[in-house]
Design a protein around this ligand. Structure first.
Ligand SMILES: Nc1nc2c(ncn2[C@@H]2O[C@H](COP(=O)(O)OP(=O)(O)OP(=O)(O)O)[C@@H](O)[C@H]2O)c(=O)[nH]1
Ligand SMILES: [Mg+2]
Length: 548
């Protein structure tokens, strides 16, 4: 698809200048590298790969913050086991006509596969399933790493699968520190280069964030036919594919641009070389122009985000006028947060066995058997090495968390790395400055562990952990009771005499507080209860009445 056909599909926003950072044949596609046929305007990386055939001037109509998102229609296949993904073998299906290297084309012809078969539907978009190779680095003597190199690469394989790539192999190298030029050593670069040819690799994904120089040098070393990207770009791309609301799209676009800004450096040096040095300095100047344009666009995005946030704040403050306590679900991606929300509230939030199914917060009212209520908020999941610009961009969404009365940390206890995932979540939470909010830990997916009884005993020993199966609904009553118990800790004790003509206050006490005793007297109902601080203020005159 060309830029012209994209523009005819979607309205062109007004832009101050045009950005030419994608004009080089290959260099910039590494930033957001995967191709999709439909709705490509939502992805910078998609755009860059779309235009890689010829030098074109890229305008901001392709930047992801304009236009609506197409909702997911269907998934083409279930999640693959990460082991299978990592140790998968080379397959030889071909790739789309416009973007095929002659090497891959030839291989495709030899195998007689159709290019069409490699376009897959993901999140309602048609994604070209590129063949990817994963590369990690194990730092010698570094004991601070949460995940082992194997575990981290497995997770990277899951991320690649979520993004619609087909992982055909992986490798890693042990080094004391990353090579500043190429991240890995030159021997490893050569080894990967031969794998690229042997396995028809189209994308090489590194398990850490790469600098602009490392990206450029690696692409050059691999020979130009292959894309190079890093974990951060992959996560940003998944977020971009999944962003379903205007606010989420804006946040992802902002994070993508901030990622892109420092990586624009010296993109144009190839022109200088082509012109035999006659246009020396041109690359430098063009980069300055491109950076300025990108900064302007970042400014426009920030402003737009601000106005969307103001609107949401107003909505939130209206919600808070009802003094129902807010409980937020936090946890590692895929832990089962949305499944828990759905099970407790009948909400129909997308819950699936893929990473980052949820990006936007959803809040629903939970009605407990004893008549008490609380609001339950489901939000974006966390992951190790979560890109800092993503945390920053999603800070406003995550503010929901900081305004809650209780954080419920949902853990997939059946996951072999549950402990490391807990640590990774705690790390992100500490960045969000929410340490003062009470927490409750929930061990989910107990139905999936080999010895549920042992897990339950372990939870009992710890004392502050509830075991549930969000899928089967097992343990949800205990969960609600534990939530209520924790909420009580954050409430204030009141004893008030509520006149009979203020019956609505009494029912709110029952709704939002934990009532210990009610007694009918001549002058009204004497109630002893724990209630949220905000609500206790409404009862102040009646508390005085009670004291007198
Ligand atoms: N066996 C089992 N599977 C579960 C349970 N809870 C959730 N799952 C499955 O785990 C997968 C992920 O569930 P989600 O609810 O989407 O997880 P999430 O924490 O919202 O994930 P993100 O939105 O990506 O952060 C889905 O396939 C669920 O069906 C459980 O208690 N038992
Ligand atoms: Mg979810």
């Amino acid at each position: 698809m060309t830029s012209a056909s994209l523009v005819s599909f979607f309205p062109r926003p007004s832009i101050p200048e045009q950005c030419s950072s994608c004009t080089s044949s290959n260099q910039n596609r590494a930033l957001f590298p995967f191709a999709s046929r439909k709705d490509s305007r939502n992805s910078i990386r998609t755009l860059c790969s779309t235009f890689q055939q010829e030098p074109v001037v890229v305008s901001s109509d392709i930047l992801p913050f304009h236009g609506s998102f197409v909702k997911p229609i269907q998934e083409v296949e279930g999640t693959k086991d990460a082991d299978e993904l990592i140790h998968g073998v080379s397959t030889t299906e071909p790739e789309p006509k416009s973007q095929l290297s002659s090497r891959v084309k030839k291989k495709a012809q030899e195998d007689g596969d159709s290019l069409e078969s490699r376009f897959k539907l993901r999140n309602g978009r048609e994604i070209f399933e590129e063949q990817a190779y994963l590369v990690g680095l194990e730092r010698k003597g570094d004991v601070g790493q949460l995940f082992s190199i194997d575990e981290s690469l497995k997770e990277l394989a899951q991320l690649a699968d979520t993004a619609g790539l087909k992982v055909v192999g992986s490798t890693y190298q042990k080094l004391a520190s990353p090579n500043p030029r190429t991240y890995i050593g030159s021997g490893k670069v050569a080894e990967i280069k031969s794998e690229i040819h042997a396995l028809c690799i189209e994308t090489v994904i590194f398990d850490d964030e790469l600098s602009a120089g490392q990206l450029r040098n690696l692409e050059k070393s691999f020979g130009g036919d292959v894309r190079v990207c890093d974990r951060t770009a992959l996560i940003l791309d998944i977020f971009n594919q999944r962003a379903a609301t205007h606010e989420a799209s804006l946040q992802v676009a902002l994070a993508q641009m901030e990622y892109q800004l420092p990586r624009l450096t010296k993109m144009w040096t190839h022109l200088e070389r082509q012109a035999g040095g006659q246009v020396k300095g041109m690359g430098e100047k063009q980069i300055e122009v491109d950076k300025r344009i990108l900064r302007t666009q970042i400014g426009v995005l920030r402003k737009e985000l601000e106005s969307v946030r103001m609107h949401r704040k107003q909505y939130r403050s209206r919600r808070f006028s009802v003094p129902v306590p807010v409980v937020s679900l936090v946890g590692y991606t895929n832990a089962g947060k949305s499944t828990l929300l759905n099970q407790l509230t009948g909400a129909e939030v997308l819950a699936e066995d893929r990473l980052f199914a949820t990006l936007d917060p959803t809040t629903r009212r939970v009605q407990m058997k004893n008549g008490n209520e609380f609001l339950l908020t489901d939000t974006v999941g966390f992951i190790q090495k979560l890109p800092t610009m993503l945390v920053a961009a999603f800070r406003a969404t995550l503010e929901e968390i900081s305004e809650s009365s209780l954080l419920v940390h949902v853990v997939d206890i059946s996951h072999p790395l549950a402990e490391q995932q807990i640590e990774a979540v705690d790390k992100v939470l500490s960045e969000l400055d929410v340490s003062s909010i009470p927490k409750l830990m929930v061990w989910n997916k107990v139905d999936k562990v080999s010895d549920p009884q042992h897990i339950r005993l372990e939870a009992e020993k710890r004392g502050d952990v509830v075991c549930v199966s969000a899928l089967s609904g097992d343990g949800l009553d205990e969960f609600c009771n534990a939530v209520q118990g924790k909420l009580k800790d954050s409430m204030v004790w009141v004893e008030a005499l509520i006149p009979f003509d203020r019956g609505e206050l009494l029912s709110t006490v029952h709704q939002v507080g934990v009532v210990e005793k009610t007694e009918y007297t001549e002058n009204g109902t004497l109630v002893q209860a724990y209630v949220p601080l905000r609500f206790s203020r409404l009862l102040t005159p009646m508390r005085q009445l009670c004291i007198s």
